[in-house]
Write a protein that binds this ligand. Structure first.
Ligand code: GAP
Length: 406
């Protein structure tokens, strides 16, 4: 098989696994679909939440210089005029320029109807709250605001599963600083972004940095690095890091009182930006593995335990033996569920089938309650990647799993 075919094959395998196992479904499917939209099923939501929680923990909760914000998607259209998006947020089409912002009308009465746009980036929701944040928290420079939320673009050609869609989520940081410090913090955020990619299990051998040329940079940027990923359909942008100068704050006529120098300045901005869908797609592609077990191909998702949608599955060896089911339910499933939440009960089919299902979901541990459990209070814990099993005392299970999460 040629390399290209194998790579296409990989995308097909991921898309079909995501649907079959309840991660991601095509949008509006029963009506023939709706291009550039996807719906997230139970395991997809769990995976996405883990990715977003890990981002928020690293970039907001574990720091003292970051503030969170969750701004409205609908904004006064002046925001987009002033920010340059009405004039510049466009892609070439039929020899002209096609503005990719999704326009809508807000309000009912004729003279009250206002044009608005579904935001094409979360960043502006941050800039327009710059003054509110400074007034409420009095932060010293440098400091940042972080936001996770939906963004919309009327992409001319949505394609490649989650890669290019019309409705997606971004995780963005605007880091405000003095102009003289921009190069230092550009470097700093470059490193932080790479660290996070590794933490969530993106294959770093497939990540490459591209210095974006001035003609290709967005209208607001004086320097941009794209972090590209080797997707099966080519090396493409995963995330970005931009030096937005004082472009946005200046246009919105916002400033900051520098107490050290007793004068008003316009802070400059470094912007690390992440697409949630592209993060999830690159994690899925990095995690997907196949090996041979008992003469059969075994596909499995080698998620890091902190990102896996399910941390462990609990199975009574036989579902028609009440004593096994009772033990599994009360002594194993209930305490694990209370502790970790992302724990599932799986008694469907024989053990081999359950393991294969959990391998495809990417569950790192399968716990089986058998007849020995009833006499010695131990269970088997099977490792997804090696297939090896060990016996663990029921009383030590929570600690055993917790250790694997670090
Ligand atoms: N605030 C800066 C900004 O929006 P961008 O490079 O246009 O910059 C940031 O978008 C990130 O959002 C991209 O790196 C990508 O991860 C994600 N993204 C952009 N357009 C997308 C689309 N149509 N579908 C999925 N993700 C997209």
């Amino acid at each position: 098989m040629t390399e290209k075919k194998e790579e296409n094959n990989l995308m097909e395998k991921i898309v079909s696994l995501c649907k079959r196992r309840g991660f991601i479904f095509p949008g509006s499917e029963i009506y023939g679909g709706f291009a550039g939209t996807y719906d997230w099923g139970h395991f997809g939501v769990a995976l996405k939440n883990n990715v977003q929680n890990s981002w928020w923990k690293k970039f907001v909760d574990s720091r003292r210089d970051m503030f969170g914000i969750d701004a409205a998607i609908l904004m006064n259209s002046k925001v987009w005029e002033v920010a340059g998006h009405v004039a510049n947020f466009a892609d070439p089409l039929d020899g002209g320029q096609f503005n990719t912002m999704l326009k809508t009308e807000v309000g009912a009465k004729k003279d009250e109807v206002a044009v608005s746009y579904l935001r094409p980036e979360t960043a502006q929701g941050i800039f327009v709250n710059f003054k509110n944040t400074v007034d409420a928290f009095h932060p010293k420079l440098p400091f940042g605001l972080a936001q996770m939320g939906k963004a919309f673009r009327n992409e001319i050609a949505p394609r490649d599963f989650l890669f290019r869609v019309r409705e997606f989520e971004q995780m963005e940081i605007e880091y405000f600083l003095k102009e003289a410090d921009w190069e230092k913090y550009f470097e700093y955020w470059r490193g932080e972004m790479l660290d996070w990619m590794e933490e969530v299990g993106i294959d770093m051998n497939k990540v490459h940095e591209l210095e974006v040329s001035p003609e290709d940079r967005a209208h607001y940027s004086a320097r941009t690095i794209d972090f590209e990923f080797d997707f099966p359909f080519g090396r493409k942008e995963l995330f970005g890091l931009a030096y937005r100068t004082d472009f946005d704050l200046k246009n919105h006529k916002l400033d900051y009182l520098d107490e050290e120098e007793s004068k008003k300045i316009i802070p400059h901005v470094i912007e690390p930006t992440f697409g949630v869908g592209r993060a999830v797609l690159s994690i899925l592609l990095s995690a997907y593995c196949e090996d041979e077990k008992d003469g059969e191909v075994r596909p499995y998702l080698k998620f890091k335990p902190n990102i896996a949608p399910v941390i462990c599955a609990v199975s009574p060896l036989l579902k028609n033996k009440p004593e096994l089911v009772e033990y599994a339910n009360t002594k194993v499933f209930a305490p694990l569920k209370a502790e970790f939440g992302r724990v599932i009960w799986d008694d469907n089919g024989n053990i081999g089938k359950r393991y294969r299902r959990q391998d495809e979901i990417g569950t790192p541990f399968c716990i089986v309650i058998d007849f020995d459990t009833l006499t010695d209070d131990t269970v088997t814990v099977r490792d997804r990647d090696t297939g090896e099993q060990e016996r663990v005392k029921v009383g030590e299970l929570v600690g055993f799993i917790k250790n694997k999460l670090d």
